[in-house]
Ligand binder design. Sequence first.
Ligand code: NAD
Ligand code: MG
Length: 341
Amino acid sequence: MTQDVPSRRDLVRGLAAGSLAAGTLATAAAPAAAQQAPQQPAPDAGAAPALSNPRDRFPKPPFPNQSQPWPALQSRMTPVPDCGETSYKGSGRLAGRRALITGGDSGIGRAAAIAYAREGADVAINYLPAEQPDAEDVAKLIREAGRKAVLIPGDLREEAFCARLVEEARQQLGGLDILVSNAAYQHAQQNLADISTEQLDQTLKTNVYAMFWITKAALPHLPEGSAIIVTSSINADRPSQYILDYACTKAANEAFVRGLAKQVVEKGIRVNGVAPGPFWTPLQVAGGQTEQGLKQFGSTTPMGRPGQPVELASVYVELAAASSSYTTGQIYGQTGGVGWP
Ligand code: NAD
Ligand code: MG
């Protein structure tokens, strides 16, 4: 039923949604203002997304057939993923913080990088040399937010590079207090027999070894109050039959989060994970899905569509922010209503 004036239930729904939306301080005020004068924009309405049905907010399947050689560029995807470039509004939640994000050129890492900068953090991103154009877009957006952008291309499958990456980020940012292990490799195969040892190595090195190497290198330098965030997946607990190697690495990501959180709490460092369901990102068009899986991507979720990276931005902000001081060892699921974790 369409209503011009929001009902009480709509307002309550709006409040619940607002607590997770970008620019949380400003969004919480929007429904209250609507209650007083529903036809008038609130004074800070520019910081709040308009209320709308979340099922209808972003592109839905079927998606056009497409594939790119790995690692894909998000600028060449149809539709181009929404990482908050034109929509994310910050409110100073990470003022003065210094973040390193792997896979920060595209998809979910890019949404985190944009949000972190607009929340007041300086940001270093890592990516593969072939992804330079996507990375430069992100650097431009970080600088437009008035923050420092540091670009450090390189291959995370090499231990020596992982150590260098942390050192360079630390030097150039003047320290480090947010570490986001987000890069990953995913390649769909119909059968276990099709997963070569080469693929297994690539998946494990990128998704698990690099997380260990980077965290080991960063830990001695992270001050009290720092946040470590690892991107896992719904596949950690509900594995698809087509990405067995990937699913195993995502389960490892979650075990790492839960165990390391207990180990480093004495140092005053928090460790949390994010477990997305289907999100529209380059990883999916570079072999991450079967052709049919890509066409119908997100269709089996109650939302009826994949998430867009911008819909995760505020989760990465929340887990990094000092206000989440009691939050550690948690996995934040964002699955479009699948009912997990
Ligand atoms: P993405 O392709 O935008 O990001 C993955 C990034 O990993 C790439 O941009 C690339 O820079 C980096 N990468 C891969 N191999 C690398 C290597 N050897 N060295 C350096 N960097 C390397 O895709 P995304 O979906 O945003 O992926 C981000 C995270 O989200 C991953 O951990 C992925 O497992 C997780 N995730 C994604 C989905 C989804 O549906 N897209 C669902 C659950 C979890
Ligand atoms: Mg990329």
